[in-house]
Structure formats: C-alpha cells, structure tokens
Ligand binder design. Structure first.
Ligand SMILES: CC(C)(COP(=O)(O)OP(=O)(O)OC[C@H]1O[C@@H](n2cnc3c(N)ncnc32)[C@H](O)[C@@H]1OP(=O)(O)O)[C@@H](O)C(=O)NCCC(=O)NCCS
Length: 176
C-alpha cells in the first residue's frame, strides 16, 4: 500500500525542461487544446531543442499534461515572449498554467528579463484569465493593445492578437 504522502505527490505534475524527443507528445497536447494554433511537429521539436531553457513541460504519471513555449526576444534580452500555453483538459483549473509561467520566470535564463509579453485574441477568456492572474501574483498591471491585426497582418484569416505586457518583479526571482 502506498503512503498517503506518495499518493498526494503522484497527483502533482512534475515540471521540467523539455528535450527534443518530447516534441511529438507536445504536438499532440497542443492539438487537443483549442483554440491554439497547430504548429508542425518539427516546430515543437525545435522549440524543445533550441529553447529548452525558456520552455517548460508538465508530466503526470508519465503523460504530458502541460506545456509553455517561450523565448527571450533575440532583439530584447529583457523580454520573455510566451508563444503558447497548453494544459490538458483533465489538468485545468488547478493552477498549472500559472505555475508553469512562474517556473520559467524563475529560471537562470531569465535573470535579465524584466517583462513578460504574449499575444491574446479578444475572445480567449481562459488565456486572459491566466495572464491576469499571473500579473496579479507579480503585483503588476497588465498592459494590452491590438498588435497583429486581422486586416493588416492576417488578411482576415485570423483574429487580431493583442500584445500583453506584464512587468516582472524581483520578488518572484528571489522566491525561486
Ligand atoms: C488557458 C489555459 C492554459 C489555462 O490553464 P489552467 O492550468 O487551467 O490555468 P490556471 O489553473 O493557472 O488558472 C488561471 C486563472 O484562469 C482562470 N481560468 C482558467 N480557465 C478559464 C476559463 N475557461 N474561463 C475563464 N477563466 C479561466 C482560472 O480560474 C484562474 O483564475 P483564478 O485563480 O483567479 O480563478 C488552459 O485553459 C488551456 O490550455 N486552454 C486552451 C489553450 C489556450 O487557450 N491557451 C492559452 C493561449 S496561449
């Protein structure tokens, strides 16, 4: 019989940096997480391989249940850009999305980072709620403005993406 402590631990996802071989499982998770854009399996593998230090994968009993792809902007080392956040349906509402964002912000690779940016479409309530909560934990005000627009950038094939900026506090880094 398992100790109750071990049973409790077994239900907490393990967070870690991805490896190239995780790309396929991440691709499958992203496919199941609408309304996320589906990238190629190759793209997810490159994210895992080249941007491992700023991406995080969450596993529960060997299954990938969470994923954040992010990178430090090549032209701005103070900005962490979050590309996608995906949490499998069964793991949602438990704080995993927020936890994964915090885990990346706390990494050594983000020592120079002072702000997080992402883009969100106006109708993605879950995503707004996630980043608002993350901003609240940071004690920061979230700034948002239309950035990649439906007419100009997407030729009317994709809704306008709003650029969201959240200043990161030093308190977060110290808590790591
Ligand atoms: C968005 C997503 C990553 C959130 O993951 P999660 O692990 O459930 O997030 P958390 O548990 O950390 O919740 C963060 C906040 O968002 C809120 N939230 C989560 N899902 C929500 C929804 N569908 N509608 C409104 N609020 C929601 C939570 O209530 C929480 O706020 P609270 O603590 O103040 O109540 C997940 O729903 C998902 O993968 N969705 C599909 C893909 C997607 O849209 N990704 C984001 C775009 S990059």
């Amino acid at each position: 019989m398992q100790h109750p402590r071990d049973l409790a631990r077994a239900s907490i996802p393990n967070l870690r940096m991805p490896q190239a071989k995780d790309g396929a499982a991440i691709w499958e998770l992203v496919q199941s997480c609408q309304p996320l854009d589906e990238n190629s399996m190759y793209c997810n593998m490159i994210q895992c391989d080249h941007f491992a230090e700023t991406c995080v994968l969450a596993e529960l009993k060997g299954e990938v249940v969470g994923w954040v792809s992010a990178y430090v902007m090549p032209n701005d080392p103070e900005t962490l850009f979050v590309w996608q956040v995906a949490v499998s349906e069964k793991a949602r509402g438990t704080g995993l999305g927020t936890l994964m964002l915090q885990a990346i912000a706390n990494r050594d690779a983000c020592d120079e980072v002072t702000r997080l940016q992402t883009t969100i479409t106006a109708d993605n309530e879950a995503s707004w709620a996630l980043f608002r909560k993350f901003g609240k934990i940071q004690g920061s005000k979230l700034d948002a403005q239309a950035y990649y627009t439906q007419a100009l950038h997407f030729q009317n094939q994709h809704k306008t993406e709003h650029l969201v900026t959240i200043p990161l506090t030093k308190a977060m880094a110290q808590a790591a």
